[in-house]
Design a protein. Structure first.
Length: 221
């Protein structure tokens, strides 16, 4: 069977990890590179707040090349799309981009529309999976993650810095998606079946940004 090379939109979080795990299980695909947006001047993964060095160590453990898409703190949609288009253009031999989206129809439509204009298509390995089952499967498979960012308008800031395990899943409020698909929280995956070895770190201070987002800093070991 022929193997298709794809790009993977990698956030460093658990949905990306689950999508990558599913992609590997599907067979027939090889990830040419991980695409990750990094905020210039902060040297951190956009929205997740994870240090760039930890992102690099993730990629090294996954044994997949990393393609950073640098954006500014107040990047407009047009700026983001321009930077992403440049990154995609550096991989002209690839026609498919893989995403860890689960059920947000408008987001998928947006991605597919932009990709179609570039002559590409999207691949969504965990699309429409039950997030209650997906969350517990993530833990049962041996993945390890920590919550790095919480939207305090929908979730108590005390969840920032907690490890994503069965206990946390049980503690999440009923109106919060267990995978945080609506942006309630973001995670950093540091170990699991797709990694060659765990990515070490220590938990640092927790800070509130923009009066809304609570970040737990992860220190480099």
């Amino acid at each position: 069977m022929d193997t298709e090379r794809v790009l993977f939109a990698w956030s460093g979080g658990k949905d990306s990890a689950m999508a990558l795990h599913r992609l590997k299980g599907m067979g027939g695909y090889e990830v040419a590179a991980l695409l990750t947006t990094v905020t210039e001047g902060y040297d951190r993964v956009s929205m997740h707040g994870v240090r760039e060095v930890l992102l690099e160590r993730q990629a090294a453990s996954l044994e997949i090349p990393l393609e950073k898409v640098l954006i500014t703190k107040d990047s407009s949609d047009a700026d983001y799309e321009s930077r992403m288009s440049e990154a995609l253009g550096r991989h002209r031999e690839v026609r498919t981009v893989c995403f860890g989206d689960i059920f947000l129809e408008d987001l998928r439509s947006y991605r597919e529309d932009k990709l179609a204009k570039a002559g590409m298509k999207g691949l969504f390995p965990i699309w429409k999976k039950d997030t209650k089952l997906l969350a517990r499967e993530f833990v049962e498979l041996g993945f390890r993650a920590i919550i790095t960012c919480v939207d305090t308008e929908v979730l108590d800031p005390c969840f920032a810095g907690r490890y994503y395990d069965e206990s946390l899943i049980d503690d999440l409020p009923g109106d919060v998606d267990l995978c945080g698909e609506n942006g309630e929280f973001h995670t950093f995956v540091y170990d699991g079946p797709v990694f060659q070895k765990a990515v070490p770190f220590t938990r640092g201070e927790t800070v509130l940004r923009e009066g809304r987002f609570c970040f737990c800093d992860l220190n480099i070991v």
